[in-house]
Design a protein around this ligand. Structure first.
Ligand code: FMN
Length: 355
């Protein structure tokens, strides 16, 4: 019975939540999760974690399905997502200082295509509040044999000029390093001016060079080497993907997360909200994400970890990401449309599929 609860409850909750403005519904949900995690009420969304262990990037993933960044920007609900059965949870993007993000409304549903458009702009409470929340999380203390892993996703403040972006990433890396199983360098949000320019050859080379140096110093200071993943956009041509792949390898990055949201509106043309500015996620980004994953795999060869994200709304979508070349998958928009039952569905599909 507990296995059935998350899906049936979400079927009831969804029309209620979709009656609110998307960002308000999001806040209501996060408030409820924050209040109920680590209480008996968590059984409303808890599910046993599918056991499908995988060693990758020096880490032991309990299964191959993760929560994508941006859903829990301030790391308030880590234990709730641990209870849903994710193998790994990525929180953030965090920036050094708190910032409000873009004016509202800034998040839109396109239910005809299981999609969202957002231009939140890294609204978050800043590094100190984020770290306090991370330290409060209890999931590491539950004694599980294959514990969930925690990824901390870092970015830059909107007010920091792009030429000084590296400073913000280094400040964040310094803060999150001791608390992370892995750190994600997010250079692919479309909602912070010029952020995506950090993906271009020289800027990426300089950024990753500085980050690699900093990691060496932090590894020495903390006595552990924390894997670094870089998150990229779907709106890239193959030659750019190849340059990125070579740059990741050159600077000893441990993995790549592909992809963030897209600026393309081709797949949603004519639908209400399709012309809103921001990043499009969910089913319409799936094909572009899978294309970039395939290009990365060709450029990187086997053995370099790729986390596939973009448009996973079913077990079959998760399998398609692995078929395209990913080792692990992450979910954001699918969780909004399908609810927590999707976590188990995707993890079971990947376990059945094997490697
Ligand atoms: N990705 C980040 O790396 N950092 C973020 O702060 C972030 N915020 C997001 C906010 C919203 C509302 C959405 C929909 C996505 C956000 N993303 C962020 C991108 C997702 O992590 C993911 O890469 C993208 O949505 C594609 O996956 P999906 O189709 O499963 O949603």
């Amino acid at each position: 019975m507990p296995l059935l609860l998350p899906s049936s409850l979400y079927t009831l909750a969804r029309p209620f939540l979709f009656g609110f403005d998307p960002e308000h519904a999001h806040e209501l949900t996060l408030d409820a999760l924050a209040r109920t995690q680590n209480t008996p009420l968590a059984c409303a969304y808890a599910a046993p974690r599918v056991d499908d262990r995988l060693a990758l990037a020096g880490l032991h993933f309990p299964n191959r399905v993760g929560l994508a960044a941006g859903l829990d920007k301030n790391a308030r609900c880590i234990d709730a997502f641990a209870a849903m059965g994710f193998g790994f949870v990525e929180v953030g993007t965090v920036t050094p200082k708190a910032q409000p993000g873009n004016p509202k409304p800034r998040m839109f549903r396109l239910p005809q295509r299981d999609a969202l458009i957002n231009r939140l702009g890294f609204n978050n409470e800043g590094l100190d509040a984020f770290l306090a929340n991370v330290q409060r999380a209890r999931f590491r203390r539950n004694g599980a044999r294959a514990p969930m892993l925690l990824g901390l996703n870092i970015g830059k403040n909107a007010a920091t000029p792009i030429e000084r972006a590296v400073d913000d990433y280094l400040i964040c890396l310094d803060g999150v390093y001791p608390h992370a199983d892995y750190v994600t360098i997010n250079i692919s949000s479309p909602n912070t001016a010029n952020l995506r320019s950090l993906q271009s050859d020289e800027a990426l080379d300089a950024l990753l060079g500085a980050i690699a140096d900093k990691r060496a110093a932090l590894a020495h200071r903390h006595g552990k080497r924390v894997p670094l993943f870089v998150k990229i956009a779907p709106d890239l041509e193959e030659p750019q993907v190849q340059v990125i792949a070579a740059t990741l390898r050159r600077h000893g990055m441990d993995g790549v997360i592909a992809t963030n949201t897209t600026l393309s509106r081709e797949a949603v043309a004519g639908l209400p909200h399709a012309q809103e500015a921001g990043g499009l996620s969910g089913a319409p980004v799936r094909e572009a994400s899978n294309r970039v994953i395939g290009q990365l795999r060709s450029a990187l060869g086997t053995g370099f970890p790729i986390i596939g994200v973009g448009g996973v709304l079913s077990g079959r979508d998760a399998e398609a990401k692995i078929a395209a070349g990913a080792d692990l998958v992450q979910i954001y928009t699918g969780l909004i449309y399908k609810g927590p039952a999707l976590v188990r569905e995707a993890a079971q599909a990947l376990r059945r599929r094997g490697r």
